[in-house]
Design a protein around this ligand. Structure first.
Ligand SMILES: NC(=O)c1ccc[n+]([C@@H]2O[C@H](COP(=O)([O-])OP(=O)(O)OC[C@H]3O[C@@H](n4cnc5c(N)ncnc54)[C@H](O)[C@@H]3O)[C@@H](O)[C@H]2O)c1
Length: 263
């Protein structure tokens, strides 16, 4: 689906965590849809090489630590300088909390450092990016403005493999997104959340104990559709949310989880 007409400027999308997994798949999708992509990731080399391989021209990667206020500010400023003001933000940067194998990290075993480490990226990182986009809008409408946050089934159900820090950080993303949806509505910016179930990425591999061969996930029996998801299936949901077709959708959570949560 093309979201830019020939006589309108190309929309600029900043994708955090865009160098890997779901962020990268989404960047590919949005680039194919005609947007200019800025891949903002801790890993500069991977962000740059990924941007260079996207379809179309004008994409670039930059180093950004979403948990760092100055870094987020610089990322948006750099995007505006090099490509144009960001009108689409997709917050994919995230980290998992994993247990010494097997199983999930029990709450009684979570150190304060671990709690803060996960919250810093997943919750604070999403907050800082959303705040920066809204601050830069300066109270002016943002044409086709879109923010997509990324929660998780863990934030909705308490987590399968992930423990309290990760699940709570994703619960924070869900609430933050609804607040942002209310506040950004007057600017014409929609804010929605994608809540993935288990999707085939490097992060999911971290949940598989060593010695399990090429197994990608520990529990497809719990997935009604009987498989793990593909990164492109998350990208497709984001593609819809940032398209003109989704102009009247805000404050929503799209579950892409193979039926693991039905509501
Ligand atoms: N893969 C899944 O099954 C799954 C399920 C539910 C939710 N999610 C969420 O989807 C998002 C993407 O996950 P993924 O599976 O693609 O993971 P991934 O590990 O493949 O990619 C995460 C990317 O985020 C980047 N990153 C980490 N910390 C960062 C920081 N402080 N600042 C900027 N970039 C940072 C990493 O460098 C990496 O490129 C995460 O928020 C994750 O919690 C994933």
């Amino acid at each position: 689906m093309t979201t830019t007409t020939s006589n309108s400027p190309r929309r600029v999308a900043l994708v955090t965590g865009g160098a890997s997994g779901l962020g990268l798949a989404t960047a590919r999708r949005l680039a194919a849809d005609g947007l200019t992509l800025v891949l903002a990731d801790l890993n500069l080399a991977r962000a740059q090489s990924a941007a260079a391989e996207l379809p179309g021209a004008g994409h670039f990667g930059l180093r950004c630590d979403v948990g760092d206020e100055a870094s987020v500010r610089e990322a948006f400023a750099s995007a505006a300088d090099r490509a144009g003001e960001v009108s689409v933000l997709a917050c994919f940067a995230g980290i998992l909390s994993t247990a010494p194998q097997p199983g999930r990290l029990a709450t009684i075993d979570i150190s304060l450092d671990e709690w803060d480490r996960v919250m810093q990226v997943n919750a604070r990182g999403s907050f800082l990016c959303i705040r920066e986009m809204l601050r830069r809008a300066g109270g002016r409408p943002v044409p086709h403005g879109r923010i997509v946050t990324v929660a998780s089934l863990a934030g909705q159900m308490g987590g399968m493999q992930s423990g309290a820090a990760y699940s709570a950080s994703k619960g924070a993303v869900l609430a933050l997104s609804k607040v942002a949806a209310r506040e950004a509505a007057s600017l014409g910016i929609t804010v929605n959340t994608v809540a993935p179930g288990p999707i085939d990425t490097p992060m999911l591999q971290l949940t598989v104990p060593p010695g399990n061969g090429d197994q990608k996930y520990m529990g497809t029996a719990a997935v009604p559709l009987g498989r793990i998801g593909l990164p492109e299936e998350i990208a497709a949901a984001v593609g819809y949310l940032v398209s003109p077709d989704a102009a009247f959708v805000t404050g929503a959570t799209i579950d892409v989880n193979g039926g693991m949560l039905m509501r």
